[in-house]
Design a protein around this ligand. Structure first.
Ligand SMILES: [Zn+2]
Ligand SMILES: [Zn+2]
Ligand SMILES: [Zn+2]
Length: 260
């Protein structure tokens, strides 16, 4: 299994517009964060999770050339607005609709932002077409299993995802954009080879885990390795990597590839 971090930034991105703080002006490329989304390859199956505003640029940078289906974790702008660029992958599939798994909230957002995409085939050549499907708790595939669970994120729930590859038995957990990780989600993540958690920033936030809260969740889950994502400009990569090393927690960065 391979996990490609296309983006690891919070909703404003880093650098943030009109900010000259030390992180926003840093020369360290790991402090340049496009909005969060990942690409998972499970035994040759290509699954895209979320589409950030920079999705097209992220695909070019990481040479993403194939996508079998799409999962939208929730309908917030930083995860959904890149979805129009899925049009190229519809084209590459011979102009057929791409299956999109999400929640009811996610579907409602897609319908309001991209009403022209809800069709069996693109309305015109080169347009996107989506087949909206409720994300099941267990999605059984020839290449493995994707389990989902709901994570509280302010007034809505985010899909937490657990990938398990059949051939290798490797387990990967992606819990982004959440304020809490409920007990059942901790149990679902048990024995993970890699865990990715919302870490946001050092200060508390009403709808996101901060770094301290994320480290507490990491200690509960006890994955072999834990990465924090969805980071703001309050987090200098080098400084925080050194602080978190003792807890076995690392910071994700754009372009990071995990081979499990
Ligand atoms: Zn977000
Ligand atoms: Zn800044
Ligand atoms: Zn969000």
């Amino acid at each position: 299994m391979e996990v490609i971090f296309l983006g690891t930034g919070t909703s404003q991105g880093v650098p943030m517009i009109a900010c000259d703080c030390a992180v926003c002006t840093s020369a360290d490329p790991r402090n340049h964060r496009t909005r969060s989304c990942i690409h998972v390859v499970m035994d040759g199956l290509h699954v895209q999770v979320d589409a950030a505003p920079e999705f097209r640029l992220q695909c070019l940078r990481e040479r993403i050339t194939r996508l079998d289906f799409f999962i939208l974790t929730h309908g917030h702008a930083d995860h959904i607005v890149g979805m129009d660029d899925l049009r190229r992958f519809c084209d590459l599939r011979g102009g057929t609709a791409l299956t999109v798994y999400t929640t009811e909230e996610g579907m409602a957002r897609i319908l309001s932002i991209f009403p022209y995409t809800i069709a069996e085939r693109p309305v015109a050549k080169g347009y996107a077409a989506f087949k909206l499907t409720a994300m099941p708790q267990v999605l059984e595939l020839p290449q493995g299993t994707i389990r989902s669970t709901l994570l509280p994120h302010g007034g809505i729930n985010t899909l937490g995802l657990v990938f398990e590859e059949k051939s290798s038995g490797k387990k990967f957990v992606y819990y982004n954009d959440c304020k809490r990780v409920p007990r059942e989600a901790v149990a679902l993540a048990e024995g993970a080879d890699a865990v990715v958690l919302d870490g946001l920033r050092p200060e508390l936030h009403p709808t996101h885990l901060n770094i301290e809260e994320a480290c507490a969740v990491a200690a509960e889950i006890k994955g072999k390795v834990t990465y924090l994502t969805h980071l703001t400009h309050s987090v200098d990569h080098e400084q925080w990597s050194a602080k978190l090393a003792a807890q076995g927690v690392q910071l994700a960065y754009d372009g990071l590839r995990l081979k499990l």
